[in-house]
Design a protein around this ligand. Structure first.
Ligand SMILES: [Mg+2]
Length: 159
């Protein structure tokens, strides 16, 4: 099985917001761990928060995360002032679809941004929205074994 994201980028900062806007996109859904913050850290960097503030001027923004750890969820809720969906069960679409409906988001005008082809990008494909694959936000400091597993998963990504 091959998965082809609409964009395959180094990081969220490489997302061309103007181009998305011009193509009719008005909502950006973000994976959380390794996409917006270091995995399981529960903390956004200042740079990420500043970037998100810029994004939300033109787009509805939300997090769709598979994480279901109650303590972690509480921690993230305290530092996020935009809608969050946890236990999203990506690549399944049921929970994400209900979440989007609840927030009045048109999936056809949305983009899903994440670091995992087989969960994030696949979920976006099944939803029928645009997809952006990014490298882990902490890619440069990850252990070799983690990088290796990521590289293996990316064999499924068609360039
Ligand atoms: Mg992730």
């Amino acid at each position: 099985m091959f998965i082809k994201p609409d964009y395959n980028l180094k990081s969220i900062y490489d997302i061309n917001l103007e181009e998305l806007k011009n193509s009719g996109i008005n909502a950006m859904l973000f994976d959380l761990d390794s996409t917006l913050m270091a995995s399981k850290s529960g903390v956004y960097s200042k740079e990420v928060l500043e970037w998100l503030d810029k994004v939300r001027k033109d787009f509805f923004i939300a997090v769709v995360s598979n994480n279901k750890n109650p303590e972690y969820i509480e921690k993230v809720k305290k530092v996020s002032d935009f809608p969050l969906l946890f236990n999203a069960a990506k690549p399944e679409t049921k929970a994400v679809t209900a979440f989007l409906k609840h927030h009045g988001v048109d999936v056809a005008k949305s983009v899903l941004v994440g670091d995992r082809p087989l969960t994030d990008v696949l979920c976006g494909k099944k939803l029928g929205c645009k997809t952006i694959l990014v490298d882990s936000i902490t890619a440069d400091s990850e252990k070799k074994i983690v990088r290796f597993v990521r590289a293996l998963e990316r064999i499924t990504v068609k360039r």
